[in-house]
Each structure stands twice: as C-alpha cells, then as structure tokens.
Design a protein around this ligand. Sequence first.
Ligand code: NCD
Length: 498
Amino acid sequence: MARSLISIDDLSNDEIEAIFELADRFLDEMATPGKPYRVRGRRTLARDFILSTLFYEPSTRTRLSFESAMLRLGGQVISSAEGSSSSASKGETIADTVRVVENYADIMVIRHACEGAAMVAADYTDLPVINAGDGGHEHPTQTLCDLYTLRAAHRQKNKGKDLSFNDVTIELRGDLKHGRTVHSLVYALARFGARIIPSHAPGCDLPKHVTQRLARDYNCLLLRKQEIDELGGDEVSSDDFPEFVYVTPQEPHQRTLWTGAEADVWFRLSLEQRKALREMKTVDFFYATRFQRERHEPVDGQDATDDYPAIDVEMLKEKRYRQTQVMHPLPRVDELSYELDQDPRGVYFKQAAYGVPVRMALIAAVLELFPSLLKGSATRRYPIFSNIEGVRCLNSRCVTREVNERRYLVPKFAIVDESPLTLRCAYCDVEYAPQIVSRSTKKRYTDDLSEWREIYDRNPKDLVLFASEQDAIDAGHQRQGGSKSPPPDPVVAAPAAK
Ligand code: NCD
C-alpha cells in the first residue's frame, strides 16, 4: 500500500526524524560550497521514476522545489501547473484526473483550493500522493521544511541530537485562520512538545477545529490570561502574552477542570508549567505569515490588513525578542520588513532552500528508494463513519461541497468523541455534534445518542447520524416507538383513518 502524505499526522515523529537524517545526508554530500543549506548536482537514485505535479492554485517554492528535488534525485517530472490549463476547467473531477495521471507517473504532488482535495486524490489512486496545500486546511511538506529549519537552529544552539522542542517557544503571527502552513505546523509543534504563542491579526485567529484538535489529539493545554496570572505568580503576568498560549505536557499529569469564562479549559498546576511560563517570556522563534487574502470574504470599505502585525528590526530590539529567529513560509507582503534580510536572525530564505533536501528525502522515502525509512503505517486513531444519508459537512470550502466533486463523494467523518458525540469531517477536519441516531435499514431514529455504538459494532454501514430531528424526518426516518414525532402530514395520514 503506497504511503501518502495528506496531513502531517500521516508521519510519526520517528519517521519525520528519519526523513531529516536523510536530508542531512543529501546536504552533507551535495551542498554548494559556502552554502551548506543549498543542494547542487544530481544523483541517479530515482532514475526509473516520474513525479507529476498537479497544481490547481499558484505556487513558486513548493512546485519548483519538488521538481528540483526530483530532478536532483535523477528522476523525471511532468507538470500541470495551472488549473485553467488542465481538464479541471472542463469540469473533470479530482477522482477522474488522478485515475488518468496514475498511468503517466509514479508519485503525485497536488495543490488545490478545496480543503480535503488531496485526500480525495489519495483515495482514488494507488500511487503515493503528497499534499502540497489543500485550501486553508494543511500544508504538511511546508511543515517538514519548517521543522527542519527549527531543528537546524536548535541544534546549533544546543548541540542536541533528538528532535524534541520542549524547551522551544514559538510565536505564530498573522493569519492563523486561513494559513494552512500554520495548521500543519501547530499539530507538529504540539507533538514535539513546543510551547506555542498564537499572536493573530484581528479576525484571523486559529479556527475552532484546530484548537479542538490541539486539545483532543495532542493533549495541548490552553492557558488563558486568568490561568497565566494564577500560574505565573509574581514573575509572570498575562500582560506579557496575547490572549492565550499553548503548553504541551511532557509527562502524564493530573488534570484539573477549570471553568473559564468562555469554555472549559483543562490545565494542570505544576512546577514544571510555572517554569514553562517563565521561559515563554523569551521567544525563540517567530513564525510570520501573510494575510491570506484569497481565502477571506472581501471586507467592505476597510482594508483587513490595516492592523496586520508586522515584524521589523525595531521590534526585535525588545528584550523578549532579542534572540528570536524569524521564520516565514513565504511569499511575504508587508508583514516582514526587508531590513531583516541582512539580519542573521532572519532565517526564511534558508527555510525555503531546505525545501529541496527535505523534499528529496520525502520523495526517496515515499518511493521506497531506502526501503526501511517509513516503518510504520499511518494509524487510524478514531472510528470512521461514512454514509450517503445523514450529516454532511457544512464547511463551504470542503471538497465534499464542491460542485463537481460532490457528485460522487460520500461524506466521511471520524467519531472523535463519544460524550458528547462528536464527528470530525475526514476531509477538512471541521467538527459537528449530531443530535439523532438512526439506522439505514429500519429508518427508526432516537435522540439517545449512546445507541450509535451498538449499531456501529454490528454493521457500520447501518449507522445514520442526523444533525437534527427535522433532518431525520425530512429523510423519511421515524422516531423509535413513534411517540415524540411531530403530527404526520394530513395527506399521508388520511388513508389510515378508514
Ligand atoms: C504558503 C502556501 O502556499 O500556503 N506558501 C508556500 O507554500 N511556501 C504560504 C502562503 O501562500 O502564504
């Protein structure tokens, strides 16, 4: 079974480290003299393989560095660089395109405006598929480049070998809402134990499904101002931080339920955490992003970027930012001053250069040019619920809502929580709480949500979940026992009266 990379979670931490060790090897053997971050020359490792790039959205770095990586491995490249020049403009679906292109290449790299598009591609081909950005959802290969950059800087400072960032504080700035690079990055940072300070532009905070996943899947603790003040004691004040911060616990701990103003927040009171908060007063890395204009609704009469946070040399004079290295996935607009290009703390061009050795290593791993590199198989963490009937994803950017793709796609959700029953769209990750459980076969529903498990264990295909009772009724389902249903339609009821 081909290994695809759709979400950063498709790679284990050990596999990420193995990819980085191979990237190190490529750099050791192929670096440009005086520029240890830039690969030059060609190998013959991938001479029997062709990489295809299917880019339905603009790209410079990602597409060219993938193509350069494949060429430097000795392989060949075929490209569809614009949606408008491919059959997508004639209405061809992703499923059909990949089933055609799989005959022409050995590995596919896809970028698309719909969230979940890369997963659709992977579902319809037996070639490995690499997600080069699916709408505002994820961009896992940029995260590999980001982590590799962090690792290089961290190693220089600590001479450490393992890829643990539990003493690293990173401040994310800008458009955290639609920045797909940020979404993949926060999941990886949480997995590697980094401390995250989200510093978003107005109206650009992390989407709810991302913060829910940080808490649920990675045990990330969200500390709001009130908790920061309580934990920080005399040394740390919430004035030092934006709205909230994330800390990933390093060890099993006792959890305490804190009822915050907006939501229930889990956190633990521990010495270690106090120490973490103190250390967060100095920031090791900035991760800046541009305003993702193409994904925002136009704002009437005002420029949404007016209050957009920018980084310049002046700002880096502040005590907590004096040692801060500045990263950016690029392209930049106004959020990063050009003066920083001469400052050794600006590492964004190196970050872009690392795109080649990192993608060489990824391609080599996925094509099994080094057989034992990807040892595991992508694990499925949660049960999957999929039924043409019942709940559908309501995210208008989800691939399941796209006019062409919805002709054939069946909604698919992970059941991420049993109490309250919570579904996560398998394509775009947006979460939902269904209200009604029913069966495809009997079409009898109940609002006793605990019944889902019994139905699912007997036959997962029989389970139907509805967002509301009305949806169940509209789909022709009836309440179990028939008691609480609204009065039947009089026209339908009439024959029963005779
Ligand atoms: C990013 C992207 O496409 O999401 N660019 C990249 O791949 N390096 C960031 C962006 O476009 O802002």
